[in-house]
Design a protein around this ligand. Structure first.
Ligand code: SF4
Ligand code: SF4
Length: 584
């Protein structure tokens, strides 16, 4: 088996481990050879050829900085790229195909950005060596695959790539001025007005880039990418910050870009959107920060089912120790269920926005999802129920203990994660700390965490409290696909084992579907008024919600996950006729 040794330099802390602990412990070093040595940066370097794979260094490094991986024989060939000796390895690349939308599915840190940078011409692959590979070497590396033809076209100068980056919040730091100014500067196709109208950006054209919301910024970034003349368009996480209505709209638009002269590649963590938008997907698996492998392309439906299953038959490889199951939830019988809290005639005015919630009740031991557009009062309602905000009028019946995770997380504290979580680290080791992968974050200061890390810590902090109701506002934001599936399972397990109720506001439909027994649906006009309706049983709530979106959904017959029907397909027409827009 080929073996790779990776040192995650940002984790390696030779002072913290008492002075290069791994160098002192390595049995090969003890025989006088230089297997682990001090590198020029004072961190360590491992000679793969000398390493016996004993795993002493990986087990004893207190910062989890070393990985020694025995790769399956299928990966005996060289990586497409390696970030220096003992750096991250990437095997294979996803391949854009003309006329198709190709998706990339995998967790963060597994090499998606590396792959995209290679296509965008921002990174020259090195085939694991210490110099850039030539086009001829790359063509040879991909001989016999779709990628061979693609790299031949790159060599001939026939590929022009336009790329929508993942981090749209960096745009205001790079550009001063209003949306119109930015887009007109980029508009190589002379289609600014058309694209602005498709993406609903008319109202923000004269607004300064630094003053628009996350969802608007995402759509501006998509417009900017599309206005460039290119024949390969790459979208890295186009659904972040968007509500479901906008996700569907953007998906339809991205789908429409693919034609015989145009290829589209999309990285996306919202599985329903990925499923809806793409024709085929590549699965990426491996170990974040250590190595990533890109699978051969698969028809999207099969690919997502394989991903959830965690086993790649064609490579005979289990990349996750367990399957992620999408069990059908039977409709909840309200008979015998006790009320936890209820509300009546809630009204709240915030500047020009008016929130209304006529009447509703949350039962004990019930999970309720909240769906609705951005700016329609979901968070305001959640804050009123949590007691963070006071309503202008109306009644909330019971005083209950609520544990609330806000949408925007406070990242200013210099405290380390362990001091925030306190007793929970031991008390909920198996229920929260391990599944949410908090162990490796315990000694990190809160103000140094990434968005996804901070989200996991905040979810853990919320669920570790004693409460009758856990109220989580957008828990899937910043999380990759794997983390979303795990978080939804953790929330479910906590609710079940502790007999509490859960209220979840989110835009990832699969996440909400997986978690919820009932639904509250928000209707109204964003930024003007919003009304909370429900809770309804799932089927009724989803029917109401989907009517507004003009889509229908079915369940996948193998994995039972929800899928959007192709518009105009037989199932779409039949479900619309029967007014049965969603199958529970
Ligand atoms: Fe210490 Fe771990 Fe770095 Fe080795 S890899 S020097 S044990 S922190
Ligand atoms: Fe040394 Fe390799 Fe064992 Fe680590 S796994 S201690 S590098 S022989």
């Amino acid at each position: 088996m080929p073996r790779i040794a990776v040192v995650e330099k940002e984790k390696c802390n030779p002072m913290g481990c008492g002075g290069h602990l791994c160098i002192r412990l390595c049995p090969v070093n003890r025989t006088g050879k230089d297997c682990i040595t001090e590198d020029v940066d004072n961190k360590v370097r491992i000679a793969e050829k000398l390493c016996t794979g004993c795993a002493i260094c990986t087990n004893r490094c207190p910062f989890d900085a070393i990985s020694i991986i025995n790769l399956p024989d299928e990966l005996a060939k060289q990586p497409i790229h390696r970030y220096g000796p003992n750096g991250f390895h990437l095997y294979n690349l996803p391949t854009p195909v003309f006329g198709k939308v190709i998706g990339v599915l995998g967790r963060n840190g597994i090499g998606k950005s590396t792959a995209i940078k290679i296509f965008a011409g921002m990174l020259k692959p090195n085939l694991g060596k210490d110099k850039d590979a030539s086009f001829d070497e790359l063509i040879d590396y991909f001989k016999g695959s779709e990628a061979q033809g693609f790299f031949e076209k790159i060599k001939e100068g026939k590929i022009r790539v336009s790329y929508k980056p993942q981090q749209v919040d960096a745009i205001p730091k790079m550009y001063n001025g209003n949306v119109r100014g930015l887009l007109s500067k980029i508009d190589e196709k002379g289609k600014m007005n058309e694209i602005v109208s498709i993406l609903d950006l008319q109202n923000v054209l004269n607004t300064d880039i630094s003053d628009i919301s996350g969802g608007e910024l995402q759509r501006v970034a998509i417009a900017a990418a599309v206005l460039k003349k290119a024949n390969v368009y790459i979208f890295d996480e186009p659904s972040s910050y968007l509500d479901i209505k906008q996700r569907i709209k953007v998906s339809k638009f991205i789908k429409s870009l693919a034609d015989e002269n145009t290829a589209v590649l999309v990285v996306e963590h919202d599985l329903i959107i990925l499923d809806y938008m793409t024709d085929m997907i590549h699965i990426m698996f491996g170990k974040p920060g250590v190595y990533g492998v890109v699978s051969l392309p698969k028809v999207t439906r099969n690919g997502i089912n394989i991903y959830m299953d965690g086993y790649m038959r064609d490579m005979n490889m289990r990349f996750r120790g367990y399957s992620l199951k999408f069990e059908p939830r039977p409709p909840v019988s309200k008979e015998g269920l006790l009320s936890l809290t209820s509300w009546e005639n809630i009204n709240k005015k915030l500047d020009n926005f008016h929130l209304k919630a006529n009447q509703g009740m949350i039962h004990k031991k019930t999970s309720v999802g909240i769906l609705g557009e951005n700016g329609i009062g979901k968070t305001t309602f959640a804050k009123i129920l949590a007691g963070v905000l006071k309503q202008d009028s109306g009644e909330i019946s019971e005083k209950i203990k609520v544990s609330y995770k806000p949408q925007y997380l406070d990242s200013s504290s210099e405290d380390v994660v362990a001091s925030l979580l306190g007793d929970a680290v031991k008390k909920y080791e198996n229920q929260l700390i391990k599944p949410l992968d908090i162990d490796s974050l315990l000694l990190r200061p809160i103000n140094e965490l990434s968005g996804g890390e901070l989200q996991r810590v905040s979810i853990c902090y919320c669920l570790a409290k004693e409460a009758d109701l856990f109220l989580l506002d957008e828990p899937s934001a910043y999380l990759d696909v794997e983390q979303r599936l795990i978080v939804s399972k953790v929330i479910n397990d906590v609710a079940e084992q502790r007999g509490c109720s859960v209220l979840v506001v989110d835009h990832d439909l699969m996440f909400v579907d997986y978690l919820s027994d009932e639904l509250i649906v928000f209707e109204g006009v964003p930024a003007k008024n919003g009304e909370a309706k429900g809770p309804f049983e799932m089927e009724h709530g989803m029917n109401l919600f989907l009517t507004d979106l003009d889509i229908t959904m079915r369940r996948d017959k193998d994995s039972n996950r929800p899928r959007i029907n192709k518009p105009g397909s037989r199932m779409d027409r039949e479900q619309k006729e029967a007014k049965h827009l969603y199958y529970s």
